[in-house]
Design a binder for this molecule. Structure first.
Ligand code: ADP
Length: 369
């Protein structure tokens, strides 16, 4: 415990929260009406390289560099009138080390002043470290992106040649070989899909995804998507329909058609994956206020309530009995959400386990309605 000179004991004993001031990581200085030090907490003494005994009685001007002293003097009158003030100034320690600080002056009840100082060197160090981490992160992202790119080219080639072999382009193959090749081709497709998803994520997360927004017809795009997926739906014994409310027909939105298609294909693809044969999947478009509401509605297995928010996270899948039999990476919904954020939209879901799910989002129209 520092020895406090006798004449200051009364004041220091009166500081109810002295222990708090002593423990603070900020630097605290208290001066009387003549700018003479009556108290300095251990942190301020440490920065200034003075003991408390050396500090007591010293005028505050001793602690500042020349420029700061001028400003401190100039602002004294304001403080004396009871006004708070906050500045970036430079302290000068006993051994003339300059310390930039953020200083907050608070006038006290008896003409005294409290100065609370944050050492900006520490903040600068945190900023530098954060900048360094951001740069490292960017290097890592670029490296991963490059690896995915390098993987995609040979994988696409491998898949192409395997497909040719399976289709008999290199001569007849047995049924068993064909069966094995079907499996390998399926797996390579999964791998390529995953690589494409990872590349998309890298671009979306780094803000480098290209969007070609233009005026497009949501009704037209939706019908095209449904038509494109109808073969898959048929294969799975499902009915896929596009339900476009009449008031949507002439509406235009400003968006990237390919990206909107990607979102719709993902949502409908999921709906088809998680719905049993014989049921229906619907893409419904309606007008809600000044926006088009897109709803991908299925009558499938649904999602347990505890998973409703986590499925939008990367690699999150619900551990259900269908999951193992359907392909998936757990990246699709995350990508959809990121793409929709670009259109100022958000992807949401409502679902009842065993009854089905509806994934929905809306995009503002650019048509006067
Ligand atoms: P993936 O379908 O590739 O696994 P997604 O991110 O698109 O990845 O979906 C994440 C998970 O959310 C799915 O694996 C599934 O568990 C669940 N899910 C998504 N859509 C539906 C749906 N329509 N019905 C039931 N579960 C779904």
């Amino acid at each position: 415990m520092t020895n406090i000179p006798e004449n200051n004991n009364a004041f220091l004993k009166n500081i109810e929260y002295k222990n708090i001031l002593d423990a603070m990581t900020e630097s605290i200085w208290i001066g009387d009406e003549n700018e003479r030090t009556v108290y300095a907490n251990p942190n301020f003494c440490r920065i200034m390289e003075y003991s408390l005994e050396e500090m007591i009685g010293k005028e505050s001007y001793v602690f500042w560099d020349e420029e700061s002293t001028k400003t401190v003097k100039k602002n004294n009158s304001l403080r004396k009138q009871g006004e708070n003030s906050k500045y970036e100034w430079v302290l000068r320690s006993k051994s003339w080390v300059l310390v930039p600080v953020l200083l907050s002056w608070t006038p006290l009840w008896n003409g005294w002043t409290a100065g609370i100082m944050t050492d900006l060197r520490e903040i600068q160090a945190v900023k530098d470290e954060s900048q360094r981490l951001q740069e490292l992160n960017q290097v890592k992202d670029e490296f991963i992106s490059l690896v995915w790119h390098e993987l995609r080219t040979p994988m696409t080639g491998i898949r192409g040649y395997l497909t040719m072999i399976r289709d008999g382009d290199a001569g007849d193959i047995s049924e068993e070989t064909q069966h094995f090749l079907d499996i390998v081709i399926d797996e390579s497709k999964r791998l390529i899909d995953m690589i494409n998803d990872m590349l998309d994520i890298a671009k979306l997360e780094s803000g480098k995804m290209d969007f070609s927004d233009e005026n497009i017809s949501p009704a037209e795009i939706s019908r095209m998507v449904v038509e494109g997926l109808s073969f898959l739906a048929k294969q799975r014994g499902l009915t896929l329909i596009c339900e476009c409310m009449p008031e949507v027909e002439d509406v235009v939105i400003f968006a990237d058609a390919a990206k909107l298609r990607q979102v719709l294909i993902n949502l409908l693809g999921n709906a088809l994956k998680f719905t049993h044969a014989g049921w229906t999947v619907t893409l419904r478009l309606s007008l809600q206020g000044g926006a088009i509401l897109f709803e991908a509605i299925d009558t499938g297995i649904g999602i347990p309530p505890e998973h409703l928010s986590s499925i939008f996270e990367k690699f999150k899948q619900v551990d259900n009995y269908l999951q193992k039999s359907v392909n998936g990476t757990g990246l699709g919904l995350y990508i959809c959400k990121k793409i929709l954020a670009h259109f100022d939209s958000d992807l949401r879901v409502k679902s009842i386990e065993g009854k089905g799910s509806t994934f929905y989002f809306s995009i503002a129209t650019c048509t006067d309605i």
